[in-house]
Design a protein around this ligand. Sequence first.
Ligand SMILES: NC(=O)c1ccc[n+]([C@@H]2O[C@H](COP(=O)([O-])OP(=O)(O)OC[C@H]3O[C@@H](n4cnc5c(N)ncnc54)[C@H](O)[C@@H]3O)[C@@H](O)[C@H]2O)c1
Length: 723
Amino acid sequence: MTNLMKTIQYDLSGGIATITFDEPGSPVNTMCDQWRDDLDEVTAQVVRDKDAIRGIVLASAKTTFFAGADLKGTMRLKPSDGPRLFEEIQQIKKNFRTLETLGKPVATCLNGAALGGGWEVALVGHYRIAVDDPKIQLGLPEITLGLIPGASGITKMTRLLGLMGAQPYIMESKLFSPAEALELGLVHELVSDAAQLRPAALAWIESHAGSAVPAHHPWDDKNYKMPGGTPSNPKVAGMLAVAPAVLKQKTRGLYPAPEYALAAMVEGAQVDFDTALRIESRYLAKLVVNPVAKNMINTFFFNMNAIKSGQSRPKDIPRYKPQKVGILGAGMMGGGIAYAQAARGIATVLKDVSAEKAEAGKAYSAKITQPRVEKGRMSPHDQAALLARIVPTESAEALRGCDLVIEAVFENRELKARVTQEAEPMLAPGGFFASNTSTLPISGLARASRQPEKFVGIHFFSPVDKMKLVEIIRGKQTDDETVARAFDYVQSLGKMPIVVNDSRGFFTSRVFGTFVMEGAAMIGEGIPAAVVEQAGIQAGMPVGPLAVLDETALSLSVHVLDQTRADLRAEGGTYIATPGELLVERMVKEFDRNGRAAGGGFYDYPQDKGAKKLLWPELKTLFEKPGIAWDMQDLKDRLLYRQAVETARCLSENVLTTVHDANIGSIFGIGFPAWTGGTLQFIYGMGVDVFCTRASQLADKYGPGFAVTAKVQDAIRRHQPVY
Ligand SMILES: NC(=O)c1ccc[n+]([C@@H]2O[C@H](COP(=O)([O-])OP(=O)(O)OC[C@H]3O[C@@H](n4cnc5c(N)ncnc54)[C@H](O)[C@@H]3O)[C@@H](O)[C@H]2O)c1
């Protein structure tokens, strides 16, 4: 009977039933279909062997304990699968309950990470022993994937820690190390290595095997009380009255997972344990077939792994880590890049036109590490070591021997050409050169290089220390080795590289431009500015398009527009500006509204301390059409669809070559809402046909920005992910 199991090994000897998880052909254990069947099987076997069993040990044959749900399977679910799923989750829990209420002590041996469903498996054990390694992660990351810990995690963690205490671990996916788990009472014993897990488990089983009160979980004790009290406690009730409102403010109603988790916690806290488990199962079954969950799993699990594992990195090129990297321009970006490098141990030469400017760029690293030193989170010694890695200079000679030089000087072609030619001869043999330009095509800049195949775009985002995304731009002549080295360099900074081909605005700036300009176009149509901003917020963008335009400077957009016109003219063409671009141009050239840094743009920025920015009152008189009607759904759709269409165009023009670069780039570079899973998953999530139909409606009403040509449609379909 037992040898029919494929993912679980069962052994009964000396009265100890050992259940070892070992999914064949997989580096980790997951709750796959076979595992569910095997769990039925092993539970039935344990029940049959009950009289011979003194204790049960849960263990893993992998280097980690258990990874959790089978996410590929989840991606294949359809809405009609909901009821079946509910039954399946209930069946897993029934097995868990059988094992934990058998009257036999159950010990969990945590040899490595136990995440999500894995932590829920761990919680079957009454006594949980973990290897004391701070790198081991335990906990419930489901919310970050649009899911909830619905295989008893919500119910058990709430009963272990209380409604307030469990919140960070359920609602915010806060993970914990074995040592932290011990402190929280979530594990009971730490051992120094995996070999000691089993002896510790056996010792505990021995001390409990014959006891008068059989081993059980706290909530199965008749005197059990929920830590901090149940919702009937006035203090808890007071907190719960505001919790949904606070949550809604964060989710804007776009993320069902945290809402369901909170509901399952609170509803479950008012009923018996088994009913609570059932409530949790219902929420999970409802959620798993929800498009938001799939969007988020797709992107935050699969796409993220694709980036981490280097799927966009040219193959067969040895891993590379530059030892010494030079940066030209110690301004906002150069100073930030210097910090990011020095923090990761890379020797950094920071060059500007004067020693003072170079020093000022280095001072940025002192400024952002200082609060950490003051709070005791960084030692003065580490800070000094970091700063010592940055050598400020005004001399190009100091760049000699750099493996990589990145220029971050003013956005000016001639200047960039000049600094390229000055720095290239200083490169170590085999070194390469990069530009941090945000708008100038890389292939054009590479013309100044003596080795255009060793010239690449490495586009950091501002502020560099906070923004994880880096866009690598392959110019027409950039070779594979250089792209691979840029990729490795970005990863060595702990950042996420996406790889795109050269084009005006690359991928991120180009799509970002369509978002802000669609907002500006709405102003031109006479829609009130507050409504435009609200549409952005309601769609899930971090801020409205007008506020963003102010931050990035309207004058910069106009500068880029003028440059684009000049470039196209030089190529013998004419650039036709969009309605949004023309509106922004008027704001700058007619009304001198250049943006926040220049004192005001779409908003006014009162000088008084603490005063909030206000929409520029003149917008109303200048642009608003009295009595105009608008459809909020149209406005929200315009802001998201416009970006999705532009991304699809990038895909069909080969600016983008993969779906994961698009999704991750749009969320982490542009702020495209996480609930969509990114600009392409937005399309795949709703279905390509549904998307194209709506886009064509929008094109009829709001112009060619929404047109999806047959060629673009074909590109979307060709790249559709399969699970
Ligand atoms: N600001 C952003 O949000 C952002 C984001 C991504 C990329 N970029 C790009 O990064 C580059 C730099 O932008 P920034 O915002 O840091 O500009 P910045 O004006 O803050 O800094 C530019 C620095 O370059 C220095 N410089 C000028 N000539 C030089 C020379 N010959 N040698 C060495 N240094 C010289 C200047 O003195 C100045 O300190 C631009 O190409 C910009 O498009 C900016």
